[in-house]
Design a protein around this ligand. Structure first.
Ligand code: CP
Ligand code: NVA
Length: 333
């Protein structure tokens, strides 16, 4: 892990001192960040979004070479990282495991050591969360989790940023997540709890979020005035909520279970009926890609209340903030 000392763009450092502590660190799960650090990233994201909209992207990643090591498909994450890196003056290399010696058995440890000697940053999408932890352990450069089976922190940061933009605050805002207690649900639980939101997750028996993550989120919520509820009834979760969120019923790697999952999750579909139970004007969220007619109906996904494409766009802005924070001070001053 590189130890960063100063910002290349001192005005950002002085405006956002709460994220100075992220310099040189990894971004594997929001559980590792304090509430202040997450709020700081949201503020930097807002700044970078405004700059991008007015074609004033700062060259925060000038000279940076980032590797994107992806073992699963991706549209949003890959393209938003690559575009964001280019817009901030850096360069990215897309690395699929198929093309690396990893596919022929080279170890994670050696891969991490070697890539660290060429790159400034590694963005990783893989299956087991332990793999990204191992990469981060042996890498001497910051590692960003671009989705594992357990967490999707870049997504959750973009989601809370979207809610913050749309609702004007996060504290006390009720977010109801309906469906699989998966990577997206886990990261939303952590993000929401750390930002004082009231997070409800409704899942069928056997598909609830991981109990340890729920406990960690509850502990975090205790310190922020937020709350965490794990339910089975999707109607109870949706009732009076400010935001309704869903994700696919079958995540990448679970394809063999698709039929069984379709049956279990049918009552959790985010449709017009469920939307009516939420607060009027409630925000509809989905990380995408969506399976229309399964976890969400087109009528809801394309309704005026839907923010699904804003969420996707905001991946670009929040990931720029994450990269700028982790890489601050590691280049020319
Ligand atoms: N939401 C998300 O991570 O999308 P991709 O799988 O397309 O990157
Ligand atoms: N839960 C989904 C998210 C995709 C962005 C998956 O892991 O496939």
């Amino acid at each position: 892990m590189s130890v960063a000392t100063s910002w290349r763009y001192p005005e950002i450092a002085s405006s956002y001192p709460e994220i100075a502590s992220l310099a040189g660190r990894d971004f594997l799960t929001l559980a590792d960040l304090t509430s202040a650090e997450i709020w700081g990233l949201l503020a930097v994201s807002r700044d970078l979004k405004a700059r991008h909209k007015t074609r004033r992207d700062p060259a925060l990643l000038k000279g940076v070479v980032a590797g994107l090591l992806f073992r699963k498909p991706s549209t949003r994450t890959r393209v938003s990282f690559e575009a964001g890196i280019l817009q901030l003056g850096g360069h990215s290399l897309f690395l699929t495991d198929r093309d690396l010696q990893l596919s022929r058995g080279e170890s994670i440890r050696d891969t991490a050591a070697v890539l660290s000697s060429y790159l400034d940053l590694l963005v990783v999408r893989t299956f087991a969360h332990a793999e990204v932890e191992e990469l981060a352990h042996y890498a001497t450069i910051p590692v960003i989790n671009a989705l594992t089976d357990r967490f999707h922190p870049c997504q959750a940061l973009a989601d809370v940023f979207t809610i913050w933009e749309e609702k004007g605050d996060l504290r006390g805002v009720t977010l109801a997540y309906l469906g699989d207690g998966n990577n997206v649900a886990h990261s939303l639980l952590m993000a929401g709890a750390k930002l004082g939101m009231k997070v409800r997750v409704a899942s069928p028996p056997g598909y609830a979020p991981d109990a340890q993550i729920v406990e960690a989120a509850r502990a975090a919520a205790g310190a922020t005035g937020g709350s965490v509820e794990v339910l089975e009834d999707p109607r109870e979760a949706a009732f009076g909520a400010d935001c309704l969120y869903t994700d696919v019923w079958t995540s990448m790697g679970q394809e063999a279970e698709a039929e069984q999952r379709r049956r279990a999750f049918l009552p959790y579909q985010l449709n017009d009926e469920l939307l009516k139970l939420a607060r009027p004007g409630a925000l509809v969220l989905h990380c995408l890609p969506a399976h229309y007619g399964e976890e969400i109906t087109p009528s809801v996904a394309y309704s005026p209340q839907s923010a699904i494409f804003t969420q996707a766009e905001n991946r670009l802005h929040v990931q720029k903030a994450i990269m700028a924070a982790l890489l601050s001070g590691t280049g020319e001053a």
